[in-house]
Design a protein around this ligand. Structure first.
Ligand code: C2E
Ligand code: MG
Ligand code: MG
Length: 679
């Protein structure tokens, strides 16, 4: 049986699956992006990036400073060396005392101006030609490395002594030629004070630091903003906007965790409770949706306040809530908590728009891990238990595998039916109704079927009674009415004007605003009320005759014809029949089937025909399966007939073809003797 339950898992479950999968994917990304550690990591990367950039820019500043020092050395070489020394001095590799004195004088001036801290001139073979008088002449020979570099002909810069006359220096080596006449020159080594260069570098560094701080602050601001937005997105993704409770996706995730925890630890229990309000629709219908919203918010508050902090309360949509009880000492506790929750809901008083309301609900329980290994299964089973509780009026029910298989499959159907109505899986077949005397087509009856994705085409008997016991009858009737009215419009637009009859269950007749709904749907499809007929059963009439009379009068005033269906199978008080503004009596097929053999059936049928005519009603016989039965009914004066012999229920497209064929046959011959056209 459980196999069956799983096989029939409905779209509701698929929707659940999809939301939870999408939720899980989104959640990982959101979590990652909004976590502090990721934020800190990005900051760290950012700081590293800024430090690298700063280092790079500082290096650039130093290179620029070095180039500046080389330029200065060029000027000094021109001012001092080339002005005082010529090719002969370089060729001899020694200076006359006079030249040395001139050099000293120029160098002293540059020292005074602070543009130079020391000067040496090296011969091309590496021996010292000149050194300023201020520094000791330790080296008189250029190092072999220096000599090699000088032969390359390119200037280079080295860090000079840290303190020459109290200042840091850069040592610039500048290969020079021997003056205007050319020839072998040497190497000028100028110690350039680095104050100005250092100033430059310091200024650049300061600017860089300021820039880095601004960039960092801006980035921190952006990251914080991003994090806030992600957190609010995370909140929206996890919560129901109306009540602030967790939503379906978040519950799926928590249930998954609870299942994993329960499976990992022996003796650890959890339970998924699904709670559906009883009669919530009435609140919406009578007080309006805003009032319904207020009530739901108050209920959410009560629920949250009635469980332990580590339990999870979620809203699944509409008036359906879920509670995930974790860390239960034993499975039996779940039912105790569920009853406690119901008591709390009933005890609390809810005042909505000045109206005091009391609330009741039904709760279904699935135990974790025994009732399911994944969220989908648990939700489905808790749902089934909830419907069981609702049907039995028990308040609380725990899922039980051993429940009557038929019962469970009915409940599975019900769980599915909700979705099927929304997904448009309900289809209508249409059965012709013929005038027995003339064979004229007088109308068609819309009969609902459910095109179930796994079970095939289901007859109304399998799901209408289930829908009757829950709040699904109203949406079902509305769907059927809408489809039937649209179909009538479609036929009318193609020259096949035919009234369409829709079956209305007692519940739809007695609750809600049937006349209002019908009026709206007719207006939407621009269909006149004469093209719609409603069929109501005797049961409906006797449940609340006064209300039925009231509703039928409204429908009558709108110009809608009403037939009493399955007449004779129930107990209509003839007194009411007199008051009811109906047009047709449909004799139940139970009396028609054996009319030729059973005299009593024939007597009843004849009496109903007479009764109907005396009350000014037309009479239709249901379930005509043979030409002989059709003839007998016509002889008894029955006005109209319906049955497999006259035309079975068929899809709209088949009926379109049937009607065209029927009209053509009628035109070709005078009224067909027995009105038979086989589809
Ligand atoms: P109903 O309104 O009395 O519809 C006539 C039923 O008799 C249909 O069964 C039809 O298929 C069947 N039938 C027609 N001709 C013959 C015949 O010659 N022999 C026999 N044995 N049966 C025949 P179906 O479609 O299974 O519908 C059963 C009932 O379900 C309907 O009885 C109606 O009460 C209910 N129903 C169908 N559609 C709707 C709907 O849209 N809303 C509601 N509330 N009830 C519906
Ligand atoms: Mg009917
Ligand atoms: Mg009937």
């Amino acid at each position: 049986m459980i196999h069956d339950v799983e096989k029939v898992s409905g779209g509701r479950i698929h929707v659940w699956r999809r939301t939870s999968r999408r939720y899980r994917r989104g959640r990982i990304v959101r979590r990652l992006l909004s976590s502090w550690s990721v934020l800190m990591l990005s900051l760290l990367v950012l700081v590293g990036g800024v430090a690298l950039a700063r280092q790079h820019l500082q290096h650039q500043a130093e290179v620029r400073a070095g180039l500046g020092a080389v330029d200065t050395a060029h000027v000094i070489a021109a001012l001092v060396v080339h002005r005082n020394l010529d090719a002969d001095d370089f060729a001899q590799g020694d200076l006359t005392p006079a030249k040395r004195a001139d050099m000293d004088a120029d160098v002293a001036e540059l020292f005074r101006q602070g543009r130079l801290a020391g000067l040496k001139v090296w011969h091309a073979d590496g021996h010292l030609i000149y050194a300023d008088s201020e520094r000791p002449q330790a080296d008189t020979q250029l190092s072999p490395a220096g000599l090699r570099r000088s032969h390359a002909g390119e200037p280079w810069v080295e860090a000079g002594p840290k303190s020459v006359r109290g200042r840091g220096t850069l040592d610039v080596f500048l290969p020079v030629d021997a003056g205007a006449e050319g020839g072998r020159g040497g190497l000028v080594e100028a110690l350039i004070p680095e104050d100005r260069i250092a100033d430059q570098v310091r200024r650049s560094t300061r600017q860089l630091n300021a820039l880095a701080v601004v960039v960092l602050l801006a980035m921190i601001g952006i990251l914080a903003l991003l994090r806030r937005r992600l957190l609010s997105r995370e909140y929206e993704a996890l919560h129901d906007p109306l009540t602030g409770l967790l939503n379906r996706g978040a519950l799926a995730e928590r249930t998954r965790q609870a299942v994993a925890a329960a499976q990992a630890t022996e003796g650890r229990w959890a339970a998924l409770l699904i709670l559906d309000l009883d009669g919530f629709k009435a609140v919406n219908d009578t007080l309006g949706h805003p009032a319904g919203d207020v009530l739901l918010t108050q209920l959410a508050h009560t629920l949250r306040g009635s469980v332990r902090p580590h339990d999870v309360v979620a809203r699944l949509g509409g008036d359906e809530f879920a509670v995930l009880l974790t860390r239960l000492p034993d499975a039996g506790q779940a039912e105790t908590v569920a009853r406690h929750l119901l008591d709390r809901l009933r005890e609390c008083s809810y005042t909505v728009h000045g109206v005091q309301l009391s609330v009741d609900a039904s709760v279904g329980i699935a135990i974790i891990p025994t009732d399911g290994r994944d969220t989908d299964q648990l939700v489905q089973r808790a749902d089934i238990a909830m419907y069981q509780a609702k049907r039995a009026g028990a308040g609380v029910a725990t899922y039980d595998e051993a429940t009557d298989p038929h019962d469970v499959s009915q409940l599975v159907l019900l769980v599915d039916l909700r979705r099927a109505i929304e997904a448009g899986e309900l289809v209508l077949h249409y059965q012709p109704k013929l005038q027995l005397a003339t064979g004229e087509l007088v109308g068609v009856e819309a009969l609902v079927r459910w095109a179930h994705p796994t079970r095939g085409l289901l007859a109304p008997a399998t799901f209408i009674p289930v829908a009757e016991h829950t709040g699904l009858m109203a949406p079902l009737t509305e769907r059927v009415l809408q489809q039937a009215i649209r179909q009538a419009a479609y036929w009318r637009d193609r020259g096949l004007t035919v009234p369409v009859a829709v079956n209305v269950s007692p519940r739809s007749l007695l609750h809600g605003d049937l006349p209002g709904t019908v009026l709206r749907l007719l207006a939407e499809a621009r269909v006149p009320s004469a093209l719609l007929e409603l069929e109501i059963t005797e049961t409906a009439i006797m449940t609340d005759p006064d209300r039925v009379v009231h509703v039928l009068r409204q429908l009558h005033a709108m110009g809608i014809r009403v037939a009493i269906d399955d007449f004779g199978a129930g107990y209509t008080s003839l007194a009411y029949l007199k008051q009811l503004p109906v047009h047709t009596l449909k004799i139940d097929r139970a009396f028609i089937a054996d009319i030729l053999e059973d005299e009593k059936d024939e007597a009843i049928t004849e009496s109903v025909i007479v009764l109907g005519h005396k009350l000014g009603l037309s009479v239709l016989a249901e379930g005509i399966e043979t030409p002989a039965v059709q003839r007998r009914l016509r002889d008894l004066g029955c006005d109209e007939g319906q049955g497999h012999h006259l035309g079975p229920p068929m899809p709209a497209t088949d009926l379109t073809a049937w009607m065209r064929q029927y009209a053509a046959a009628e035109r070709a011959s005078d009224p067909v003797d027995d009105g038979l056209i086989t589809a």
